[in-house]
Structure formats: structure tokens, C-alpha cells
Write a protein that binds this ligand. Structure first.
Ligand code: 72W
Ligand code: MG
Length: 214
């Protein structure tokens, strides 16, 4: 049977990356996507912006929406302080299966809890199921038409506190217009746009960083 792109990406990780070395896993995926097949990982250019936001936030509790193959999961987890936790939501079981192996190969599995399921179902369960109080950082990179819905859901569930940071991928391409309109006009957020490029291309894209003001 034919392999899928995520499976071919995983094979490249096993072949090219050093087990236990998260940076080599990130490098192997970027090489695969630059040389073999484009895939919707945040990529290295936007990834460096993600890294700087993670480092400056120094988060104890992170939520990622849309694991896909685990590329950004590995980038974030490799920068977390000891005992910090990253919960990542992925509802496609095939993608989740690949992501678990990418995360394990990178050696960051003990910092990551991959939850297989829909964000809409699991965000309301974060407190009771995982003992989460609030998230210090949320990375939004799932279906673009879910960014706004899930942000409002996190607000309603009391999962954001003063200073919580939302970082949204693809606010230019493919775009998340309703999310941008809401977050840039809401008095409850301070937003900043980081201009960049769509992963592995010259097309314009960017990340929106928004700090919840409480
Ligand atoms: C239901 C809520 C919910 N709950 C849990 N998991 C969910 C979920 N909704 C989605 N997922 C999973 O997340 C991943 C999807 C991510 C969606 N990402 C893009 O569409 C995207 C596209 C481009 C691009 C494509 C083509 C172009 F031409 C240009 C740009 C570039 C990018 O960086 C992109 O992130 C998959 O694993 C889903 O299974
Ligand atoms: Mg993306």
C-alpha cells in the first residue's frame, strides 16, 4: 500500500536525525520539506520566531492546537524549562501516530502529552483531565477557521490569565481573517504581527502574537 506524506517525513527523521537530538529532528524535517516534499510544518523561518516567543515567555504550561507531524511540538518542547508541560491536540489518528514517533525520536516525550481528539471537545476538559490551571502559551496551527472559536472557548473555560500568550501561525496564508479581526480589535488583547514567509516558500505569511490582558 502507498505510504502517506507524514509516513515519508517520519522515515526521513529515522534516516537522517540522531535519536535524542531535537535539533537534528527539526533539521531533518526541514531538509525533507525543502528537498523532497512540501509539508505544512511551521518551518525554520517562522520556527525561529516561535522559538524566540517560547524563550521569552518561559512557559510552565503550553497548549498546541494541531500537532500534525510534531515538528513545532519538538521545537517548543526542546526549549521548555524542566517540569514544564506541553499538551498538543491532534484529531487525525494517522497524523497523531506519526507525531508520537517524531516526538519520541527527538527525546522530548516526557515533556509532551499528545491528546488524540478535537480541540472543541478537549479544551473544556483541560482542567479536570490534566490539572491545568491556565496556559502560559498557546500555539494555534490547526484548521484556520477554528482559531477564533477555540480562542473564545479558552476564554470561557478560564484557561487564559493576565499575560497568557497566543501565537497563531498562518495569519496571512492561508489566513485567519475572523481571528485577526477579533484579536486585533479586542481590548482584552495586545497584538503584534511578525511578518515572515510561508514555510519552504517565498510566499508571504506571518505569525500573530497576542497577550491576554485579563
Ligand atoms: C477541529 C479542531 C481540531 N482539533 C484537533 N486537531 C485538528 C483540528 N483541526 C485540525 N487539526 C489537525 O491539525 C492539522 C491541521 C492543520 C491545518 N493547517 C493548515 O491548513 C496549514 C495550511 C498551510 C498551507 C497549505 C497550502 C497552501 F497553498 C498554503 C498554506 C500552511 C500551514 O502552515 C498550515 O498550518 C492536522 O493534523 C489536523 O488533523
Ligand atoms: Mg501552519
Amino acid at each position: 500500500t502507498q505510504s502517506t506524506r507524514p509516513q515519508r517525513l517520519l522515515a526521513a527523521v529515522h534516516k537522517k536525525a540522531t535519536r535524542g537530538n531535537p535539533r537534528s529532528v527539526v533539521k531533518a524535517i526541514d531538509e525533507f520539506c525543502n528537498q523532497n516534499e512540501w509539508a505544512m510544518n511551521v518551518g525554520n523561518e517562522k520556527g525561529e520566531i516561535l522559538d524566540s516567543v517560547v524563550s521569552e515567555t518561559n512557559p510552565g504550561c503550553v497548549l498546541e492546537l494541531g500537532t500534525y507531524c510534531g515538528y513545532s511540538t519538538v521545537r517548543i518542547a526542546s526549549l521548555l524549562p524542566p517540569h514544564a508541560q506541553l499538551i498538543t491536540l491532534e484529531f487525525n489518528p494517522d497524523n497523531a501516530a506519526v507525531a508520537r514517533q517524531v516526538i519520541a525520536w527527538a527525546g522530548v516525550a516526557e515533556k509532551v502529552r499528545l491528546v488524540e481528539g478535537e480541540s472543541g471537545e478537549w479544551i473544556p476538559k483541560m482542567k479536570e483531565q490534566f490539572g491545568v490551571k491556565t496556559f502560559d502559551l498557546v500555539f494555534l496551527d490547526h484548521w484556520k477557521n477554528r482559531y477564533l472559536l477555540d480562542t473564545k472557548l479558552m476564554e470561557e473555560c478560564g484557561l487564559l490569565k493576565k499575560g497568557s500568550v497566543l501565537l497563531a501561525d498562518n495569519v496571512v496564508c492561508p489566513g485567519a481573517p475572523d481571528y485577526l479581526e477579533y484579536i486585533r480589535n479586542s481590548p482584552q488583547y495586545k497584538s503584534q504581527f511578525f511578518k515572515s514567509h510561508l514555510e519552504y516558500t517565498k510566499a508571504e505569511d506571518g505569525l500573530e502574537k497576542s497577550v491576554f490582558l485579563g
